[in-house]
Design a protein around this ligand. Structure first.
Ligand code: TXA
Ligand code: MG
Length: 328
């Protein structure tokens, strides 16, 4: 793993390299959005299917017209309120963005990250950066440098350390397309409640339990199975009595939200426990989610048993990731 300064990373990226960079949501795997070669290298390093498009990251609002066209007033309103930050907008794309970035779609996903190092790197590169989350395809996203997979860091030109990601789940994706109502394609670091204060009612995605491979997917990458640790993860609330009994025979790792009842805890032979938020804060839970799943994944348990959060605030995003991690 080659540790780079932000300015060295900017230089490498300008020349078509691929670098893992910090953002406030999760670490990203970045390359110039106008370089088909860099974009191809990103897909290869992640093992990501070509039909799953990338988000383009800007340093400043002035770069938006470089990548998107037909920008509606709601986009400017949302940008004014939430950028820089964990919100991605899907808009009609400009020809400068290669088809490989958008998987051939006529639209492009864009955001301005708030992490100061990410913005410095984009600025010094001189062009917006395409960047998916820096996980191997289907696996848990990294929120700190030490959680990047070695297979991935070996396949790229370097990494930049920006400390732990403060939001902890990926951005909320909102599509704003001509002739269509505004729609949330993926819950994330900005809550639906906050978005609705700015744009009014929003179409919401089906939850991962309702999504099937038969349904057309809203955001092509929001597959029913995703974000999974290697240790099988189960949702406590959806265990059948038989499965519960089987799991009770195993050493399990528990992912707990809020302050647990003693009686609920005693049923498990827990070798490790992590508390997403003892204060029942959905923001704190989001910040801890991937880090704690990664930790529980390496504690030798036979299964991870996780609590769901209430479906409010960032609870939606956390539950979405947990449901996809548990799907099989
Ligand atoms: O917070 C984030 O969004 C992180 C950081 C690195 O910025 N990035 C991230 O990227 O989560 P990724 O590639 O893991 O997820 C991008 C999602 C995928 O589900 C993809 O299908 C969707 O964005 N997407 C990208 N372009 C799209 C488009 N034109 N229309 C609909 N969905 C799109
Ligand atoms: Mg991802």
């Amino acid at each position: 793993m080659k540790l780079l300064t932000p300015s060295a990373a900017g230089q490498l990226l300008r020349d078509g390299g691929v670098v893992a960079i910090p953002t406030e949501t999760v670490y990203g795997l970045a390359g110039r959005a106008d370089s088909a070669a860099a974009v191809q290298k990103i897909f290869e390093a992640k093992g990501r299917p070509a039909n799953d498009p990338l988000i383009v990251h800007l340093a400043d609002l002035e770069q938006l017209p470089l990548v998107a066209s037909d920008i509606p007033h709601q986009a400017w309103e949302l940008a004014g309120r939430f950028w820089p930050g964990p919100l991605t907008l899907v808009l009609p794309k400009q020809p400068a963005i290669p088809d490989s970035v958008t998987s051939g779609l006529a639209t492009v996903a864009v955001r301005i990250p708030s992490h100061p190092i990410a913005r410095d790197i984009i600025r010094s590169c001189g062009f917006p950066l395409a960047a998916p989350s820096a996980n191997l395809f289907g696996r848990t996203s990294p929120t700190q440098l030490s959680h990047l997979a070695p297979e991935l860091t070996e396949a790229i030109d370097g990494v930049v350390d920006g400390g732990p990601s403060t939001v902890g789940v990926e951005s909320t994706i909102v599509a704003l397309l001509p002739g269509k109502p505004p729609a949330v394609l993926r819950p994330g670091g900005i809550s639906v409640e906050e978005l609705q204060e700015v744009v009014g009612p929003l179409q919401l995605p089906a939850s991962a339990t309702e999504a099937t491979s038969q349904q057309p997917l809203l955001a092509p990458g929001t597959l029913p199975s995703h974000y999974a640790p290697r240790t099988p993860l189960y949702l406590d609330a959806s265990l059948s009595p038989q499965l519960r009994q089987q799991l009770q025979q195993l050493p399990v790792a528990r992912l707990i939200y809020g302050n647990p009842q003693q009686s609920e805890q005693q049923q498990w032979n827990a070798v490790a426990e992590r508390y997403l938020s003892l204060d029942s804060s959905t923001e704190e839970a989001a910040r801890n989610l991937y880090k704690m799943v990664m930790e529980l994944d390496s504690c030798g348990a036979g299964a991870i048993v996780a609590d769901l959060l209430p479906e409010v605030g960032l609870g939606r995003a956390v539950n979405d990731r947990l449901r996809r991690a548990a799907h099989r």
